[in-house]
Every structure is written in C-alpha cells, then in structure tokens.
Design a protein around this ligand. Structure first.
Ligand code: PEP
Ligand code: MG
Length: 543
C-alpha cells in the first residue's frame, strides 16, 4: 500500500478502482488507447463511415465519370472491409500491443500494403497504393470519433488527474465518480468547489506524478484528512469504513435542524442558502434543507459545449430551477466566464493574467449580444419563482449602471412583446474585488443587495492566485484585511438599505461564521452539504 498526502478539498470517503486521466497529448496523432473494447468499437464505426463515404463517392463517380471510374470505389469498399486486414487491425488493438485504433490501422495498413507490393503480379503490386489510401481514410474517420478520456468512465471510479478543468468536471458522468485526486489544483479552484457542491470526496495538490499503471487498481481516499491510499490494505479499508459510519452518524444527528429556521442564540434570523452550478444541483440544496439558492453560477451552462446556449435553453434551465425551489429565493449570477472557466466558442484572447483580464461583467458589457440573450432568459424565468439577479466582478459604479441599463432595455423589449416577467426582481452585485468593497457606499445606492465573493476577494486582496496550490499557506481567508473589507461592505450595504450576504467558500467556514454574524451579515450561501452543520453552529452563536 502507498499513502500520499494532499489537501482535503471535499470531505468524504471513497473506495474503488482508479481511472487515470491521460496526460495532455502533445501531438494529435499519438493518442492513449481507451479500453480495447472501446478502441475496437471506434474502429468498426470508422469502417462503417468509410464504407458509407465510398458509396457516396461511387454514386458521384457514376454520374460524373462513368462506370469504370465508379468501379474503383467498389474495389475500395471491398478492401476496407477485407477480412484479413480487419483481423490484423483488431489483433493489434486487442492483442499484446493494445494499440489505439489509429495506430493499429496505420501499422496493419503498412504491412498489408508492403505485402501486396512484394508480389510478382503487377496488378497486385498496384493495390498497395489503394490499401494506403483506404487506411488514410480510416484514420481520418477515426480522428472525427476521437472521443474524450472520460468515455472510459464506465463504472464507479476514483479519478486521478494532474488537474481537472471545471468543464471536464461538469461533463463527467457523476454516477460513476466516486472521488477525485489531483496532483495539482487548489482547494479554492472551481473544480474543488464543484466537487463540494456535488458532494464528491476530493483531494488536491498531492504533488504525485501519475502513472497509467494505476488504471483499474484499488484506491481509497479520505477527503477530510487529504489521505490517498494506493492499493489500501485490509486494516486501512476497515478504518475508512468505520470513519464512514461515524460521518453518517454525525449527519443523522443533524437531522433535528431540518425544517427549522436558521436563528442565532439571540434570536436573529439568517438566510441560509446553497450554491449551485447547474439546475440539477437544486436537489442537493433541497435535500440539505437549504432555504434558497444564493449563488447560481450560471456560466456552467455555457461550459462543456461547442456553441452558445440559446435564449430558450437558458430560459428552460432557469425556469426549471425557479419552479423546483417553490417560492424559495433563487439568485442567478450572470455570466462569469473567463479566467479558469474557458469556452472555445467565445474566442477569448490568450492572456498573461486571465484572472485579471477579460472576464465576467467585462465580457458581458463588451459583447452585449451575449449578455442580452442571458438577461432575456433570466427575466422571462423571473415570472416563475422568487428570483434575484447579480453581476460578478464589479469594480466601478459605471459598470453597475451599464449592466442595469441593459437590464432595463431588456425589460422594455419584453414588455413591448407582451412577455411576462417580474418587475420587482431584486438586483444585486457580487462584492469580490477590493475596489467594490472600498466603494461599497456608492455601489449600495445602485442595487438591492450585495453578495460577498470571498474566493476572489481573497485572491485580489492578498494577491494570491486561487489556482496556485503552492500559495495556499498564505491564502488566509481570515486575514484582517479581508475581514475589514467585509465589515465595511456590510456597514455600507446596511446604511443604504441593501441586505448583505456572503457566497464565497468562507461563508461555511466555522471559524469565520462568528465574525460574520457579529458584523451583521444577513445571508450565507454555501455548498449544500454545509447547510445543516452551519445552522447548528449559528444556533449556538450570538449575533
Ligand atoms: C467568489 O469569488 O467568492 C465566488 C463566489 O465566485 P466564484 O468562486 O465563482 O468566482
Ligand atoms: Mg468570484
């Protein structure tokens, strides 16, 4: 057994077979093979594609060049399905070589062509070129069916990776993800946040080089202590099982807090909400008795796809979320794309410092057509529930005014079209830059509420890249500078009639909640699994 220590990013125990995310491919051609069965299926699919393509070419040739030309494609169709060639390719995929389909096609094609070219018969010699031709077509067809590494996630597994992007994480079949272990990554990255939201045990920053030989081996992880065990022994498995039972017992003990309001020892009520990335995450908020959703990271609806979602798609997602909350609050944060949340079809510029670059509200104001579509969808959905909207990454009053102007223009358009929306929908901003906190007196006069994003506030105040795992030691969320900015924001918000919440990861930090309560915070929004423990804690605290 090997024990590796990383940073616990999402609590919980996981035990199961390991799936290693292949290292980044440097060249397009050299792929790592999926399972032999999957590679074989890729080959057969490509073979059918080429047969179909050759049929189209044959018909074209017949119409444009006559029967003799069309006959070439008949021969090619036979060749591409030749039993000997097929057998050779399949053998290279499933035999000792375990080659990816592309390489198997290339190797088998080359030896088949060489064999034909070595014959005495000139006709057979010439067929070598045809074999190379059809194998080239097979390779091309395979490239179009390259698939993703997560296609191998066909059974519940622990995923080991150098790192995972938020869009990869989102596209994994959650049913089959037992846990994550990443060599790099930080606890404040969106991938770690997603793991917590989805209640998937996770460890980051193990510093461990990955090996494809782990594939299929047993792994175990404790997301609280950050311990990862490769091929755990029986004693370790027993201990983890016992710990799992203890965790379950602790969760059961929290059940008495279900269905209760969240109230401090002095009787002040706090709104306790959940954070979500996708409408499906609402199930976890409701299962954990969340009183609403304080942060819907709406950009996740834009990840893991190759074109912009339509207004209708967005509307359906928001309206479904609003409906399933049955009158509880749903705060949609408008697009916060950029930085670590990259989407190819946005064609964003490459930047030296993307966290300080073209992201979030900056993109929305520069590309109003994208923003307008989202605003329409949000406004339309507001007719179906108790919704609020907030703008991310605000640094100035001008940005808030510009965003509100677009929102107003969208309202007017919907009104003209006779489409219903809630004209009372609350409008807020995220306070997640030191600039926004420092001018929160001016900003508070523009909006109905503030939601403090401590993840970015920490990054920008302490100059600590939230993606950089090596800086975690100095990324102290309880730093005096951050607490002062939060206090100032709450004071200014209240002075001008705004309610003030916190939706960054600190909102669920048991060491910080007492400070936030003493500052007068009105709402805390967190990973759904943290709601009941926080309600319990709050009930014991003054404030
Ligand atoms: C934050 O910055 O604290 C926040 C809640 O937003 P995100 O983590 O999505 O940047
Ligand atoms: Mg943020």
């Amino acid at each position: 057994m090997d024990l590796v220590k990383g940073k616990g990013a999402s609590a919980g125990i996981a035990v199961g077979p390991i799936l290693v995310k292949p290292a980044e491919q440097k060249t397009a051609e050299k792929r790592t093979a999926l399972s032999p069965q999957q590679e074989l299926e890729r080959f057969y699919t490509a073979q059918q594609d080429v047969v179909a393509l050759l049929e189209t070419l044959k018909e074209k040739a017949l119409a444009e060049a006559g029967e003799e030309a069309a006959a070439i494609f008949d021969v090619h169709q036979l060749m591409v399905q030749d039993p000997d060639l097929t057998e050779q390719i399949a053998g290279l995929i499933t035999g000792d070589s375990l080659l990816p389909a592309e390489e198997a096609v290339q190797q088998a094609g080359e030896s088949f062509a060489a064999m034909l070219e070595s014959m005495d018969d000139a006709y057979m010699q010439a067929r070598g070129t045809d074999v190379r031709d059809i194998c080239g077509q097979l390779e091309q067809a395979l490239r179009q069916h390259q698939g993703n590494w997560w296609d191998q996630l066909t059974r519940p597994s622990i995923i080991c990776a150098e790192d995972l992007t938020p869009s990869e994480t989102l596209q994994l079949n959650k049913e089959n993800v037992l846990g994550f272990v990443t060599s790099g990554g930080s606890g404040n990255s969106h991938t770690a946040i997603l793991a917590r939201t989805m209640k998937i045990p996770a460890i980051v920053n193990t510093g461990l080089p990955l090996s494809a030989t782990w594939n299929g081996k047993l792994g175990a992880l404790d997301g609280e202590t950050g311990s990862f065990y490769l091929e755990p022994d029986q004693d370790t498995l027993l201990q983890l099982k016992e710990k799992e039972s203890r965790i379950r017992a602790q969760q059961d003990a929290l059940e008495i807090y279900r269905g209760r309001a969240t109230v401090t020892a002095q009787g002040r009520q706090i709104a306790l909400y959940g954070n979500i990335g996708q409408p499906e995450d609402i199930d976890a908020v409701l299962a954990n008795d969340g009183e609403g959703v304080g942060l819907f990271r709406s950009e996740f609806l834009y990840l893991g796809r190759d074109q912009y979602p339509t207004e209708e798609e967005l509307f359906q997602a928001y309206a479904a979320a609003a409906r399933s909350l049955k009158g509880r609050k749903l705060i949609i944060r408008t697009l916060d794309i950029g930085a670590d949340k990259k989407v190819d079809y946005f064609h964003l510029p490459e930047e030296e410092n993307p966290a300080l670059g073209f992201r979030a509200i900056r993109i929305c104001l520069k590309r109003p057509e994208i923003f307008y579509t989202q605003l329409r969808a949000i406004l339309r959905a507001s007719a179906f529930g108790n919704m609020g909207i907030m703008f991310p990454m605000i640094t100035s009053v001008e940005e808030v005014r510009a965003a509100k102007e677009l929102l107003e223009a969208t309202r007017i358009k919907l009104q003209q079209e006779g489409i219903p929306y809630n004209s009372e929908m609350e409008v807020g901003i995220m306070v997640e830059t030191p600039a926004a906190a420092l001018i929160s007196d001016d900003l508070a006069q523009e909006v109905d509420f503030f939601s403090i994003g401590t993840n970015d506030l920490l990054q920008y105040t302490l100059a600590v890249d939230r993606q950089n795992a090596t800086l975690e030691e100095i990324a102290n969320p309880g730093h005096k500078a951050i607490l002062r900015l939060i206090q100032l924001t709450i004071q200014n918000g209240h002075k001008y009639g705004c309610w003030v919440g916190i939706c960054g990861e600190s909102a669920a930090d048991p060491d910080l909640i007492p400070y936030f309560l003493s500052m007068g915070v009105d709402e805390l929004s967190m990973s759904p699994g943290k709601i009941l423990p926080s309600r319990k804690l709050i009930s014991t605290l003054p404030g």
